[in-house]
Write a protein that binds this ligand. Structure first.
Ligand code: MLT
Ligand code: ZN
Length: 454
């Protein structure tokens, strides 16, 4: 046993240092199956002190570390490139009682979003972020990647929920800011610095999150429209007419067909339509009438089906939420997650097919996303060795429209080469200087967010 393995075993117990390839395997490939790499070992600490001991041991050995939460990331940021110590935070599952006065809660990094939601709801509150991977995605990873999901139109991304954090630097120093003060002007906002840092600055071990009122009445409409311009008309009507707007999601005809075939779901309407919007309104009282009223006043609506009971709401959400698994069942996609100003969406959606076909003639494009944020999930199946060309073509279309190359999934390993399309040289240089100041040896998540220089 090497010195490092011995120190890691002393830190977390030998049973939680996995060196056997079969035991390591589930940690070494990401959810998409596109990114994979062998870890030196997998280490599974149980608390913050053990995380600090692991990082001290790795720092002493000069060993790079890949940080992993629920392994639901889609850009390769949580799996090793090869040879790193994989630090899994899945055992940091401590969940404190809900603080109902502050409407906040403190959770260990390894608590799943679904468990956190159940916990908050039992106290009459809710979590502002929701997404399809809720059963496996963990709050540490959600904060580290500033995850978004389907409620951003109402509550913002993970960053907006975050009021405090506990994290460990690469040298083992523990930073703790968990009081969740609503007012605190004492210098740099170190908590927010870690949101979206993708594990390149520190290992998040606990988070303190703002909670939102639990809204028991939900009404959902699946709305058929003639295209993306019509979908934007529905969005505008919902923004002005629905005080309870809690989701506005875009689907296109071929994506809906794929989802239907995968899940054997019935056709929502008598005829197929070019595009669909899922609109949700949530409140304390029944939302059906206000939703129907808004749709009745919107000329872009070609057809609509509305549900307000739990079964009907879940049935309509399934058309949207099973896109990811339906696409993954059809192959290993190149997943691009981009945003543009909302008004630029029709132009971008129209420009994608020819650009992708030029880069990968046999490719199949499936596009869906979060309409309210101009966030498209561009999935390219059968890219056959043209992943970089497809990525380049799509991300340049986005940059030409003042968009972001990563709307919610992060840069990860997948998009480091294109960071300069969203951040100018001065910003990238400053981000690198911050990284070098906080983690001088570059041990945390090397190759994630930034291209390796040497
Ligand atoms: C979603 O919105 O469903 C997620 O971001 C997952 C995905 O893009 O596939
Ligand atoms: Zn998404």
């Amino acid at each position: 046993m090497t010195d490092l393995l011995g120190r890691l075993a002393a830190a977390v117990g030998p049973a939680h240092v996995l060196v056997d390839p079969d035991l390591r395997a589930p940690y070494e490939t990401d959810w998409t199956r596109r990114f994979t790499g062998a870890a030196r070992c997998v280490v599974r600490p149980a608390d913050t002190a053990q995380v600090a001991a692991v990082l001290r041991a790795c720092a002493a050995a000069g060993a790079p570390v890949t940080v992993q939460g629920g392994n639901t990331g889609l850009v390769g940021g949580g799996v090793p490139a090869g040879g790193e110590v994989l630090l899994s935070l899945g055992r940091l599952t401590e969940l404190e009682p809900v603080d109902r006065l502050a409407a906040q809660v403190t959770a260990g990094a390894g608590v799943t979003l679904e468990r956190l939601q159940r916990h908050a709801r039992a106290a009459g509150l809710d979590v502002g972020v929701d997404l399809a991977a809720r059963s496996a995605a963990t709050v540490g990873g959600l904060v580290a990647t500033n995850a978004g999901g389907v409620r951003v139109v109402r509550y913002g991304s993970m960053r907006e929920q975050l009021t405090g954090v506990e994290a460990v630097l690469s040298d083992g120093t523990v930073l703790r800011r968990l009081a969740g003060l609503a007012k605190d002007n004492t210098g740099y906002d170190l908590t927010q610095l870690l949101a979206g840092s993708e594990g390149t600055l520190a290992v998040i071990t606990r988070v303190r999150l703002r909670l939102v009122p639990l809204l028991p009445a939900r009404a959902v409409a699946l709305v058929a429209v003639d295209g993306v311009a019509g979908a934007l008309d529905v969005l505008a009507a919902a923004r002005s007419g629905l005080p309870g707007l809690s989701a506005a999601e875009l689907m296109l005809a071929d994506g809906l067909e794929l989802v239907r075939a995968h899940g054997r779901l019935p056709a929502p309407f008598g005829a197929a339509h070019p595009a669909y919007v899922l609109v949700e309104s949530a409140g304390r009282t029944d939302q059906t009438d206000v939703l129907l009223e808004v749709l009745a006043g919107c000329p872009a609506v070609r057809d609509a089906t509305v549900a307000a009971d739990a079964t009907g709401v879940a049935r309509l959400w399934a058309y949207r939420e099973t896109h990811t698994e339906a696409i993954s069942a059809a192959g290993v996609p190149v997943k691009l997650d981009v945003s543009v100003p909302v008004r630029a969406l029709p132009g971008l959606v129209a420009a994608l097919p020819p650009a992708v076909a030029a880069a990968a003639p046999a490719a199949r494009l499936v596009v869906f996303g979060h309409l309210g944020e101009g966030n498209l999930h561009v999935n390219v199946l059968d890219a056959r060795g043209a992943a970089d060309a497809v990525t380049d073509a799509v991300l340049r279309l986005v940059a030409d429209r003042d968009g972001s190359i990563s709307s919610e999934h992060g840069v990860g390993r997948a998009k480091t080469a294109w960071l300069g399309l969203s951040r100018d040289a001065a910003q990238v240089a400053l981000m690198r200087r911050i990284r070098a100041a906080v983690d001088p040896a570059g041990l945390l998540n090397p190759g994630v967010l930034f291209e390796e220089k040497d």
